[in-house]
Design a protein around this ligand. Structure first.
Ligand code: PLP
Length: 407
């Protein structure tokens, strides 16, 4: 293919204006470091939004991808394939699930889960058992059904009419849940840690209470682990550390370590209520994606890696607290594992994006979670030396931010 010269301004000229990317274009990555077109180096605390769990170009993922690339790329779901069956076996063996459905993204995994819950409600024979309970601030993806389930109206308000029968209540408020969940409820969908909504962990009593309410009313409990899954919080899936097991779990992001893949996991009881043709996908369970995910899943699902996530969490939080002693910008440093949020004090509300831009200028990729929170979701195996170096750059960005606030 001819190599066209590419500039950042091409984005505005050729791309649908749905994103506002940074001023630089990364062209190469290795581990937790990236380089842009000018050869400038960046530390990566964003991980492609909680995706690059092994960093960039990890040899295990590269090997799985290149080996599979020489055998079979795509076959479609009229045939099955070895990598997808291997991956499904791995996931079933290491989770509560009996069955897996594969797709390409988190939104699609949630779409499959919500449709399954509606089908389960229908087959229950209880009239009107199709109501879905979801939470304020939650994020479940960008399809029409998932923006409607998500609890952030800014993502759905322009796209009415929206799917009906979805009730939003306060997160971590068990009394609100008790008031709304009833025999007409077919599903409750919840993130164990709200990611996009502000890095807000669910409290255990709340999740246990949801489990009990779902058991009492025959509703399906869906854990959206698209962001928290595959080691992100220090266990393979967050539910494993919470003493609450969902009926359906959705996973994506880190599952492919950077190769697009999503999955819905469930038990035989629910899986078998879907019949051939009820739902589908062209690419889901594609051999390339499945081969990479199989290698990534196996690599992460080891004590050494999962314990390392917790050690890195403690290391980050300690260092971030020290930075906060210096700058006094954050009310709280919160999150789980390597999903960490720095919550700006009220007087700095709305400024997370400004800080993030300064981070980029200082050679650090970070994220925001709404207007008031800086979010870090680095590689699960980021070297401690890279954490140190990235935090030095973060410190420089904060120093510059503080100056702008005084001026
Ligand atoms: N669910 C959660 C909890 C997420 O954080 C996201 C993405 O940020 C999604 C679903 C949607 O995933 P995707 O962007 O892969 O469709």
């Amino acid at each position: 293919m001819t190599q066209l010269e590419i500039k950042r301004s091409d984005f505005n000229q050729y791309m649908v204006p749905l994103f506002a990317p940074a001023a630089f274009i990364p062209v190469k990555g290795e581990g937790s470091r990236l380089w842009d077109q000018q050869g400038r180096e960046y530390l990566d605390f964003a991980g492609g939004i909680a995706v690059n769990a092994l960093g960039h170009a990890h040899p295990v993922a590269v090997q799985a991808l290149t080996e599979q690339a020489q055998k079979l790329w795509h076959i479609g779901n009229g045939y099955t394939n070895e990598p997808v069956l291997r991956l499904a076996k791995q996931m079933v063996e290491h989770t509560f699930a009996d069955k897996v459905f594969f797709c390409n993204s988190g939104a699609e995994a949630n779409e499959a889960a919500l449709k399954l819950a509606r089908k389960v409600g229908l087959l229950s024979g209880i009239e009107g058992k199709n109501q879905i309970v979801a939470f304020h601030n939650s994020f479940h993806g960008r399809t029409l059904f998932t923006v409607s389930a998500g609890g952030q109206p800014k993502y759905s308000k322009d796209f009415a009419p929206l799917p009906e029968g979805i009730h939003h209540i306060a997160f971590n408020d068990l009394d609100a849940a008790k008031a709304v969940i009833n025999e007409k409820t077919c599903a409750v969908i919840v993130e164990p840690v709200q990611g996009e909504g502000g890095v807000i962990p669910a409290n255990l009593e709340f999740l246990k209470g949801l489990r009990q309410l779902c058991d009492e009313t025959g509703a399906v409990l869906i854990f959206d682990e698209v962001q928290t899954g595959v080691g992100r919080t220090g266990s393979l899936y967050a539910y494993m550390n919470m003493g609450v097991t969902p009926d359906i779990l959705t996973t994506a992001k880190a599952l492919g370590g950077g190769f697009p893949i999503g999955a819905m996991l469930t038990t035989d009881q629910f899986a078998n209520q879907y019949a051939v043709g009820d739902h589908g996908t062209t690419y889901g369970g594609n051999p390339l994606a499945s081969a990479v995910a199989g290698a990534v899943f196996e690599f992460i699902n080891r004590d050494s890696v999962l314990d390392g996530v917790q050690q890195r969490h403690e290391y980050y939080v300690e260092k971030l607290k020290q930075l906060n002693e210096k700058f006094d910008l954050f009310d709280e440093i919160r999150g789980a594992g390597l999903l960490i949020g720095c919550v700006l004090k009220t007087q700095y509300h709305g400024k997370a994006k400004d800080i993030n831009t300064l981070c980029g200028e200082e050679g650090l990729l970070a994220l925001i979670a709404g207007p008031n929170i800086i979010r870090f979701t680095p590689s699960l195996i980021i070297p401690f030396a890279d954490i140190d170096e990235g935090l030095v750059r973060f410190e420089k960005a904060l120093e510059r931010f503080v100056v702008t606030q005084k001026g």
